[in-house]
Design a protein around this ligand. Structure first.
Ligand code: C2O
Ligand code: CU
Length: 551
């Protein structure tokens, strides 16, 4: 009888896991004072008064309801990084792009249909909330088989709040570059020195998910004496590629498979290095090295293995999408030059094609929905919204050019894009030149090398290089393109794609509750980027003027 019951129960459980579930997650977004690393006592933003924020786990086919209650003293919003939100642009969570924030004291439920596989993350997308702590991985489990799974989410943690750092970087009168700041690494929410062991059983294969949730820094990951097989880049599965390590830019994710050795006489180390290529090397501060244990057997001796002679990193152009999607055709090419520049008001700001982003007076999506035929007029979103209107279903190639000394992890909302090639870019000396940049600008043009290109949602554009990406405008909505280094976002390296406003107007509406939030915050929901009707853009502040540097 007991056996029968147990059997019945397991059948029910099995069936249950095959059904799409409704997953409810409750987030009280709160401030707390805490010291996460031993010398960084400060105010931070977290969930339910505790940190780290627990990662969210769902299964392909589920619906995730994320109930966000705002206990801060200003509006907030959250974004599902990498979720395409096709048909639900209004749930994208980009503050002043797809929604007015959730006012203090109010709650909003984000609904996510989980129809993509892979590794994502959820983060604040209002002002500084991501930088100050509001972020956690979102893991989508699917039918893929392996013997076990480990997750590493990696963060850089600063003594200074985002606003202090932004002030140091852009404040009138600052000399550029600003004095470097050296954050600590958090590994799975705790300081890197405390990284926990992971356990391998001989002969078994493990999936390791890596999420870089840092706001400035890059992370390298490897396991001494083991090869990694990359199977996922930013939620896109790829043909397995054997490497020695992965180098992960801010906001990027990877999954690797690792097969354990066939004997368990030794334990090994996994290695996490946090670094920024644009900050001077300072032993112990940049880069910072962390190690954790890969434990085969308790108390087994630690095996030291020399690094391979030619250490192979995962590179975008060597990854090949499992989808088999050939390079897309190109209907239109959009050329974007990323950079930084001194401005006449004494600030150093970031630009894309000479425009530094500033929020419009009402969410861009709501303008696109309410402007009728005028929604195709790019200037009506406001000069500093930097809107480019895309036509429904057109194929785009975007050239991301980086003539400057800092690499930029560029992310586009609502899309994954193919990374098809990279090439040298002429250096612009406006904010200084680094050795890496000079080196990069001498490397030849490179195309993807695999069966087909990889697609992903965040690509690192190295200094002194351009990267060509392609995607199809198959997702009507207002979508940001921006650098994922938060200070660069704050400095204006942001622009907006307004995609198929005609289709958008026929298919999407602002949820009533979101309209109420805007009213509460005194933000219009109908009109242009200035919150006015028709062509009247009065009330928008004048864009600051660039200082031209003779080259
Ligand atoms: Cu991770 Cu604008 O997003
Ligand atoms: Cu950047």
């Amino acid at each position: 009888m007991r056996f029968l019951l147990a059997a019945l129960l397991s059948v029910l459980l099995l069936a249950g896991s095959a059904w799409a579930a409704h997953v409810n997650v409750y987030w009280n977004v709160t401030y707390i004072e805490a010291d996460r690393t031993g010398d960084t006592h400060r105010r931070l933003i977290t969930v339910n008064n505790a940190y780290p924020i627990p990662p969210i786990h769902v299964t392909l086919g589920d619906t995730l309801y994320l109930h966000v209650h705002n206990m801060l003293d200003e509006p907030t919003s959250v974004h599902g990084h990498g979720l395409l939100m096709n048909g639900t642009n209004f749930m994208d969570g980009a503050g002043m792009v797809t929604q007015c924030g959730i006012p203090p004291g109010e709650s909003f439920t984000y609904k996510y249909d989980i129809i993509q596989r892979g590794t994502f993350w959820i983060h604040g997308h209002y002002n500084h909330h991501n930088s100050d702590g509001l972020r956690t991985p979102l893991i989508v489990h699917d039918e893929r088989q392996y013997d076990g799974e480990y997750l590493f989410f990696l963060e850089d943690w600063y003594k200074q709040s985002y606003h202090e750092r932004l002030r140091i970087t852009t404040g009138p009168g600052t000399v550029f570059p600003p004095p470097p700041t050296f954050p600590h690494a958090l590994i799975n929410g705790v300081k890197g020195e405390l990284a926990k062991p992971i356990h391998f059983k001989k002969g078994k294969t493990y999936r390791i998910r890596l999420v870089n949730m840092a706001i400035t820094e890059w992370f390298k990951f490897s396991i001494t004496g083991h090869k990694l097989r990359v199977i996922e880049a930013d939620s896109e599965y790829c043909d397995p590629l054997e490497v020695d390590g992965v180098d992960i830019g801010p906001a990027q994710r990877y999954s690797v498979l690792v097969t354990a050795h066939s004997d368990d006489q030794f334990n090994f180390n996994y290695n996490v290095t946090m670094y920024a290529s644009f900050i001077p090397v300072k032993p112990g501060l940049n880069p910072r090295h962390y190690q954790g244990l890969v434990e085969y057997k308790k108390y087994a001796p630690l095996k030291k293995v020399a690094e391979p002679k030619r250490f192979v990193w995962a590179e975008d152009l060597n990854l090949s999408s499992l989808s088999g999607q050939k390079p897309l055709p190109v209907d239109r090419q959009i050329d974007l030059t990323l950079g930084g520049s001194p401005f006449a008001n004494g600030q150093v700001l970031d630009i894309i094609n000479n425009v530094t982003y500033a929020e419009p007076k009402m969410p861009t999506l709501y303008s696109a929905l309410s402007l009728g035929k005028l929604a195709f007029n790019e200037s009506l979103y406001g000069p500093q919204t930097h809107a480019i209107v895309l036509n429904h279903l057109e194929y785009l190639e975007v050239v991301l050019r980086n003539p400057n000394s800092l690499p930029h992890p560029i992310h586009i909302h609502g899309h994954v894009f193919q990374v098809v090639s990279s090439g040298p870019e002429e250096i612009s000396p406006s904010l200084g030149v680094t050795e890496v940049e000079v080196q990069n600008s001498k490397e030849p043009v490179r195309n993807y090398t695999g069966r087909v290109p990889i697609s992903r949602d965040t690509v690192v554009v190295p200094s002194g290089r351009y990267i060509k990406i392609r995607f199809r405008a198959d997702n009507p909505g207002a979508w940001l393109l921006h650098c994922h280094m938060d200070i660069h976002m704050g400095m204006g390296m942001v622009m907006t794609f307004v995609e198929a406003p005609d289709v958008l107007q026929e298919t999407q509406r602002i949820p009533r509750q979101m309209a109420d939030f805007c009213r509460k915050l005194n933000i219009p929901i109908k009109g242009n980027g200035a919150g006015n009707q028709g062509f009247d853009l009065s009330g928008l502040s004048q864009p600051p003027k660039k200082v031209e540097i003779p080259s």
